[in-house]
Design a protein around this ligand. Structure first.
Ligand code: 3PG
Ligand code: MG
Length: 221
């Protein structure tokens, strides 16, 4: 995919897949907003170019439809504060009401959609769900670095509907360049530090790093 740095997004409805899967405490306050902060450069580029930023993400692992504790509305205020601009919220991520919310947008506006995983079709990589998501934008941008290893409707299947208009966001681009630099031609000794809440998902990464690194340090959540 191409990088959005190289194009103008003026007048475009830009559908951005971010990873706003942030930790929340029991009062639903964000305890670490790093993932929201790291998505700002791409969103700001859309605003600065005079495009319309439509933001979609998952949050947590909801089981079956809407669950209050997994609503992305809990991230709205922080996103607005960080962007220093009003962000509107759409209580769905597909369908007529979401399309109507997008229709009302002007250049420079930002709209956050409700949790993609309230539809089981997201994780199932459902084609018709991906098609409905694709109908929301003129351009698709993937900036969800924390979720690019998932072949879900909004991260993988949706790209089939944007044969000529799919891009990497600025975060994804930076992460990939840094990884390439570190992995292809590392300065020795080369030490990798791995942490995170869900270590099972990291086994493949650890296995692939084993014959590349001199030291591997594994931390906890
Ligand atoms: C994460 O936090 O690891 C990513 O947001 C992906 O979430 P998942 O492990 O529930 O797919
Ligand atoms: Mg993860």
């Amino acid at each position: 995919m191409k990088n959005i740095r190289d194009i103008s997004l003026k007048n475009k409805k830009v559908l951005i897949r971010v990873d706003f899967n942030v930790p929340l405490d029991k009062n639903l306050n964000i305890t670490d907003d790093s993932r929201i902060r790291s998505s700002l450069p791409t969103i700001k580029k859309v605003i600065a170019d005079g495009g319309r930023a439509i933001i979609m993400s998952h949050l947590g692992r909801p089981k079956n439809g809407f669950e209050e504790k997994f609503s992305l509305k809990h991230t709205l205020k922080r996103l607005s504060e960080l962007l220093k601009t009003k962000v509107r919220f759409s209580p769905d991520c597909i369908g007529e009401n979401t399309l109507a919310d997008i229709y009302k947008m002007e250049n420079g506006d930002v709209l956050l959609l409700e949790n993609l995983r309230f539809y089981s079709q997201e994780k199932a990589g459902d084609n018709s769900f991906a098609k409905q998501l694709a109908a929301l934008g003129d351009i698709y941008v993937n900036d969800a670095f924390g979720t690019v290893h998932r072949a879900h409707a909004s991260t993988a299947i949706i790209t089939n509907y944007f044969p000529n208009n799919k891009y990497f966001g600025l975060l994804l681009n930076n992460e990939i360049s840094s990884l390439e630099k570190a992995l292809k031609n590392p300065k020795r000794p080369f030490t990798a530090v791995i942490g995170g809440a869900k270590i099972t998902g990291k086994i493949d990464v650890i296995t692939s790093l084993l014959d590349k690194v001199d030291n591997l340090i594994i931390g906890g959540g």
